[in-house]
Ligand binder design. Structure first.
Ligand SMILES: NC(=O)C1=CN([C@@H]2O[C@H](COP(=O)(O)OP(=O)(O)OC[C@H]3O[C@@H](n4cnc5c(N)ncnc54)[C@H](OP(=O)(O)O)[C@@H]3O)[C@@H](O)[C@H]2O)[C@@H](O)CC1
Ligand SMILES: Nc1ncnc2c1ncn2[C@@H]1O[C@H](COP(=O)(O)OP(=O)(O)O)[C@@H](O)[C@H]1O
Ligand SMILES: [K+]
Length: 521
């Protein structure tokens, strides 16, 4: 007896509509009949739909059928559910269909299932299957079709979307006119960009990839060996953790990090970044703050070396103490809570040769300095971690393109020759060749201070791996995954309202996330 192969490797590929079409074309050119592929895919969708509805009382199932192959998929699913004894209501408001879809429509009619032109026909269904549009949708849904979609959403029924919620653009995740609010979406074959775009999130519901055995060679023929768009998974995130430690390790082999943060106004930001760094396991931690808040930092982080700095009149860092050198550090994390008065030291750090994470006010100060040329001229690696507001200040020429977060991150990374971590519900990390995207997170993180924790965690990891030459983009994705997983676990235990930034730092313990020192789960 053979078990189906669990193809975890395909979980990290993410494709555009164009790439998906090119991969699909390769299958057809190789001899796979289109109709056979549709049967196979729809058979798998049917199995997954059954697993979702078996435990709930279902009297009748509504099916929305579009004009293309998304509609064809829906009709095959409808046929199978009919033979399983479910009562089906088919709604197809299109006068023309693609040939294969038309053929399935004809057959389903021959089975005695009525094809309705009127959306009200679905009103009494318990579950609706959405096969209106998939990755072929390119123009907005308008007029009666838009009204039908809005009506379905207003009913607030359970809606299972095939491939994408109809109305969502495959690449940008934008709503084209209007879109189905799905409770579940079955993404077919390979993850599409829309599944990692913030703009689509509220429409997707629970998401699931339905693998239909696209040969790896066909995927690689289109995407290459190092795909441009990649999803962060548990496997690829933990692979780059600095674990296990060599038995003969010592503190200077585990990274020497300097955090530059805090002001009278934002003392907590420095503490939160420090606690984030603590969780990373960094070998040595120094935190530069305005000297009058040094006692506060020392009491919260006894293991850290707190560097008290001369202050501006408004309580920001004015300068580093005399004889203080940045050269001793493996990495610097700079920005949380600095205020814009700390521009002198930010400039000094940018001029230095240490790998750098720049966040918050560090970015706002950078925005005044011609960011693209400043970043491009740095000798060492720079990771910038803007939220969309900071991003707009840094890259005013890219503001219009922010509606496609994935592509805009890629462009910003290429222009600035830096690693760009664009914050949001689905964090995107732009690097020279790849955009990494984090598919799992929680809105519990949407509150002040959670970004400071990420900066510290990332700083600690960066300092540790600079020494063992792990690529920097690899560790950035690990930090993003770790931060989000801690948020998810904390939200499970304390609800989405219970995850203040300090609580988040308490959940960064890897054991709580199901890992151990051998880096095995
Ligand atoms: N990839 C794979 O390997 C597999 C893919 N499969 C399935 O195929 C799906 C893609 O199928 P697809 O290419 O036929 O496109 P689809 O999304 O059904 O719709 C396009 C149709 O809609 C029309 N249309 C567009 N916009 C419109 C509007 N605003 N208002 C009105 N009409 C509009 C457009 O017409 P036209 O632009 O020509 O007027 C065209 O006819 C994919 O999502 C998956 O479910 C599986 O079966 C097998 C494996
Ligand atoms: N809706 C959301 N879902 C998941 N994560 C979110 C959401 N909103 C914000 N985040 C995350 O929370 C953090 C907020 O960081 P930031 O905006 O810098 O806040 P702060 O500077 O106050 O710490 C980022 O890591 C961001 O990706
Ligand atoms: K759909």
């Amino acid at each position: 007896m053979f078990n189906r192969k669990n193809r975890t490797e395909i979980q990290h590929f993410v494709v555009t509509a164009k790439q998906m079409q090119a991969i699909e074309t390769r299958l057809f050119d190789a001899g796979m009949p289109v109709a056979a592929l549709m049967e196979k895919v729809a058979g798998r969708i049917t199995q997954r739909i059954l697993s979702k509805i078996e435990s709930i009382p279902v009297t009748s199932i509504g099916v929305i059928v579009g004009p293309g192959h998304n509609g064809g998929d829906a009709l095959v699913v409808a046929r199978e559910l009919h033979f399983l004894g479910y009562s089906l209501v088919v709604y197809c408001p299109f006068s023309k269909q693609k040939e294969l879809t038309q053929s399935h429509l004809k057959y389903i009619t021959s089975l005695g299932i009525l094809i309705n032109l009127n959306i009200e026909s679905l009103q009494n269904c318990d579950v609706i299957i959405d096969g209106m549009f998939g990755f072929g949708l390119e123009r907005p849904i308008t007029d009666e079709l838009a009204e039908a979609v809005n009506q379905i959403n207003a009913w607030k029924k359970r809606v299972l979307s095939i491939d994408l919620p109809s109305g969502i653009h495959t690449d940008t995740g934008e709503v084209l006119g209007t879109a189905i609010n799905a409770t579940d979406t079955f993404c077919l074959g390979l993850w599409k960009l829309a599944f990692l775009q913030d703009s689509a999130l509220d429409y997707l519901g629970n998401v699931e990839l339905i693998d239909f055995d696209i040969p790896l060679a066909d995927i690689q023929a289109i995407l290459g060996k190092n795909p441009e768009f990649r999803r962060i998974t548990k496997e690829n995130a933990i692979a780059d953790l600095p674990l296990p430690r060599p038995l003969t390790s010592h503190k200077y082999k585990n990274g020497n990090l300097l955090i530059v943060a805090g002001s009278h106004r934002y003392t907590g930001a420095a503490i939160l970044a420090g606690l984030g760094a603590r969780a990373s396991g960094v070998g040595m931690l120094s935190i530069a703050v305005p000297k009058s808040i040094k006692p506060l930092l020392s009491s919260q982080l006894p293991e850290a070396l707190i560097v008290g700095c001369p202050e501006t009149e408004d309580g920001a860092i004015l300068d580093f103490p005399s004889h203080f050198s940045l050269d001793q550090f493996d990495a610097i994390a700079c920005g949380p809570g600095l205020t814009q008065s700390a521009s002198t030291i930010v400039q000094m750090i940018l001029d230095g040769n240490q790998p750098l994470i720049l966040d918050a006010d560090g970015l706002n100060i950078l925005a005044q300095l011609d960011p693209i040329s400043t970043l491009s001229q740095r000798q060492a690696a720079t990771v910038i971690t803007p939220h969309p507001g900071e991003f707009k200040r840094l890259f005013p020429d890219l503001v219009e393109e922010l509606k496609n977060r994935i592509l805009v991150t890629q462009k910003a990374a290429q222009q600035s020759q830096s690693i760009v971590l664009l914050k949001g519900a689905r964090v995107c990390i732009g690097t020279e060749n790849t955009v990494w995207m984090n598919p799992e997170s929680t809105p519990a993180l949407a509150r002040g201070g959670s970004g400071d924790v990420l900066t510290g965690l990332l700083g600690g990891l960066l300092a540790a791996v600079v020494l063992n030459q792990t690529p920097i983009d690899a560790i950035v994705k690990t930090a993003v995954w770790w931060h989000a997983q801690a948020g998810i676990k904390a939200a499970k235990d304390k609800t989405e309202l219970g995850v203040d930034a300090f609580t988040l730092t308490q959940y960064l313990n890897l054991l709580q996330l199901g890992l151990n020192s051998n880096n095995h789960n």
